[in-house]
Design a protein around this ligand. Structure first.
Ligand code: GLP
Length: 241
């Protein structure tokens, strides 16, 4: 596991952008795995900057997002499809058909999960997966207790996760109780993982995840078993390591 720690978040986002730019220049049809949440927003802005400076061409890139709420339409500003369009895809030259986010409004959610997993396989697997981490150690929407051999599945969201994510909704009751998420095994099959962690409030969980026991109770602890992870952290998140 490689660590990049800095008190300069802009510099961290720049490094992440450079790593993605290098991958796409070597493999123009790279498969990228994207995450939502506030943490990767700066890195996405950096990708937009690089595109505007003609330093990255996304025309052949394929993307798969980690997760989506069940029951939110793609046009709902709180859906992760909307988040990705608004914060990244609408500003770069990626064909929309190359961007994949699970459909949380599918009539048959189990079928949607199987199809999503198959699409990732058909695309050749994820070359580089961006990850954030939840306060309870979740990655994607894989809550504590999720089996390490899980593939794309429907999950019941932890109350702590719903509360944390309620900042984007009017009330906590509006936060959907379920989501579709790539499984832990799906994430672990990515050839490279970039984990981004910012803020003092993540210091305890990231210490537990990266240096503690590898356990399904702390989903991100599985990353200790992955051969190619880079962790980008600000000094506050790293303060307890
Ligand atoms: C959500 C997403 C995760 C993300 C987490 C942390 O639950 N499903 O992929 O890592 O939020 O979000 P933030 O980066 O806003 O702390």
């Amino acid at each position: 596991m490689e660590y990049f720690i800095s008190d300069n978040i802009a510099k961290i986002n720049c490094l992440i952008g450079t790593e993605i730019k290098k991958l796409i220049s070597e493999k123009p049809n790279a498969v990228l795995g994207f995450a939502t949440g506030s943490t990767p927003l700066g890195a996405y802005k950096e990708l937009i900057n690089l595109y505007k400076k003609s330093e990255i061409d996304f025309s052949e890139v394929i993307t798969f997002n980690l997760d989506e709420y069940v029951g939110l339409e793609q046009t709902d500003p709180n859906s992760y499809r909307y988040f990705m369009d608004y914060n990244l895809f609408n500003h770069i030259n990626i064909p929309k058909k190359n961007t994949h986010v699970p459909n949380g409004c599918a009539a048959d959610l189990q079928h949607e999960c199987i199809e999503y997993e198959n699409m990732i396989k058909k695309a050749g697997g994820v070359d580089l997966q961006i990850l954030g981490i939840g306060h309870n150690g979740h990655i994607g929407f894989n809550e504590p207790g999720t089996p390490f051999n899980s593939i794309t599945h429907v999950v019941d969201l932890d109350e702590r996760t719903r509360k944390a994510n309620s900042r984007f909704f009017s009330t906590v009751d509006e936060v959907p109780g379920r989501a579709i998420s790539m499984g832990i095994k799906t994430i672990m099959m990515s050839r490279k993982i970039i984990l981004i962690v910012f803020g003092e409030d993540k210091a305890d969980i990231i210490k537990e995840a990266l240096t503690g026991k590898i356990t399904e109770q702390v989903p991100a602890s599985v990353l200790q078993l992955h051969p190619n992870v880079s962790v980008y952290m600000d000094d506050k998140a790293a303060s307890k390591l």
